[in-house]
Design a protein around this ligand. Structure first.
Ligand code: NAD
Length: 371
């Protein structure tokens, strides 16, 4: 009996430290909405991290989470990251994200998406969504039937369409800012760049780099894409497994996350890492420190891949392609600011970027509280 009481006491402590309210205060969330509908089978979570700068914008991910706790953790983490992405590029947007629990291949229906759209509508513009892993343009169309607070709908119904050219432009500007920091000029002529991943963003990036006469290595696990892109832009094909054995100045990861880790860093001969992939550092704290020690400039991923969010922002303001590309060009100055802070304070670039974001939000919060 006694043992049982102790056990239940311990589990209540455990519950307390992992409690939803505890998690919210650790991540600093403003509002989290749990959405459930028995008719459609909808189970979703909308997390609004911070709306100091503007409405929380973030995609809706549909994923077969093993547990509800896993879904909650994902949405809290992803929505916080959106706050940072929006703030660092100077956009007046906040950070949010939504997850729908389920298999996107089998559990999706028009009714489920529209029901989810009703939940977004009820937030009165506090949260604006877009497509993410497991959701696509068709789903956004269904959500749009119930609420106007959705972006990234197809061009045919007034949306901004494929964001990858804008993302590639932002990455390109980020690369140029790093090159300027290292070599004193931002010309890419004669520099060598290894682009890993020749998908939507990678291909556009290769085009921009080749236009400035950079030498480009490309690698991909999809041979068909690799051969097509290499041929189209005059790039050199590289074996994905031995990429780090080659000599290049800039590594542009445009495929997967976590390709920058203690093992790859020890093999790297490049001076700059700047690409579009999300979560490039396997261990943000430790790998950022290793890069600083090895004097490899790392352009924070969430800053230079913010083109997708810039595209969405433009759509909200009334889409204009030229203006959108100009906004993506601002990533150059934003990256320069991060690199300068990192250098003068001898701190990893990712920490410099985080501190710039936190200061911007704190400053605007103060102004707003004095209204
Ligand atoms: P994509 O799926 O079109 O392209 C990814 C490419 O990487 C594919 O050609 C794929 O074959 C290749 N690839 C996959 N695994 C690989 C591996 N292990 N090694 C080498 N190549 C591999 O995706 P995308 O839209 O071009 O996005 C690329 C990255 O940038 C992703 O990490 C994405 O999350 C991120 N990102 C994209 C956008 C955007 O606007 N599309 C915005 C922000 C971030």
């Amino acid at each position: 009996m006694k043992r049982r009481i102790i056990f239940s006491y311990m589990s209540s402590i455990q519950l307390e430290t992992n409690s939803i309210f505890n998690q919210l205060s650790v991540f600093g969330h403003q509002k989290v909405v749990f959405c459930k509908d028995d008719d459609t089978g909808l189970r979703a979570i909308i997390a609004i991290h911070d709306t100091t700068l503007g409405p929380a914008v973030g995609g809706t991910r549909m994923w077969s989470y093993q547990t509800e706790a896993e879904a909650l953790n994902d949405v809290l983490r992803l929505s916080k990251a959106m706050t940072y992405k929006a703030a660092i590029t100077g956009l007046n947007l906040g950070g949010g994200k939504a997850v729908i629990i389920g298999d996107s291949r089998t559990d999706k229906s028009e009714a489920l998406m529209r029901r989810f759209g009703r939940f977004i509508e009820n937030l009165n513009g506090l949260f604006i969504t877009a497509e993410e892993v497991g959701t696509g343009p068709k789903d956004m169309e269904y959500i749009r039937m119930e609420t106007k607070y959705v972006t990234g709908v197809p061009e045919s119904i007034g949306g901004s369409g494929d964001p990858s050219p804008v993302t590639a432009k932002g990455v390109f500007m980020g690369i140029k800012a790093c090159v300027k920091e290292l070599y004193g000029t931002d010309s890419l002529a004669g520099r060598t760049v290894a682009v890993q991943g020749t998908g939507h963003v990678g291909e556009h990036l290769v085009g921009l780099l080749r236009n400035e006469n950079a030498k480009v290595y490309v690698s991909d696990i999809n041979d068909e894409r690799l051969i097509r892109v290499a041929k189209k832009y005059g790039a050199e094909m590289a074996n994905n497994n031995n990429l780090f054995d080659l000599d290049f100045d800039i590594y542009a990861p445009c495929a997967l996350g976590a390709t920058v880790n203690s093992e790859t860093i020890s093999r790297m001969k490049c001076r700059i890492i700047a690409g579009s992939a999300n979560n490039q550092l396997a261990d943000e704290k430790e790998d950022a420190k290793l890069l600083l020690e090895k004097e490899i400039i790392y352009a924070p991923d969430y800053l230079i891949n913010a083109g997708g969010l810039i595209n969405v922002y433009s759509e909200l303001k009334g889409y204009n392609k030229k203006r959108t590309m100009q906004l993506a060009e601002n990533i150059y100055e934003a990256t320069r600011e991060v690199l300068k802070k990192s250098k003068s304070e001898n701190i990893p670039t990712i920490i410099a970027a985080n501190q710039i974001v936190e200061k911007r939000i704190a400053d605007i919060k103060k102004i707003k509280s004095s209204y």
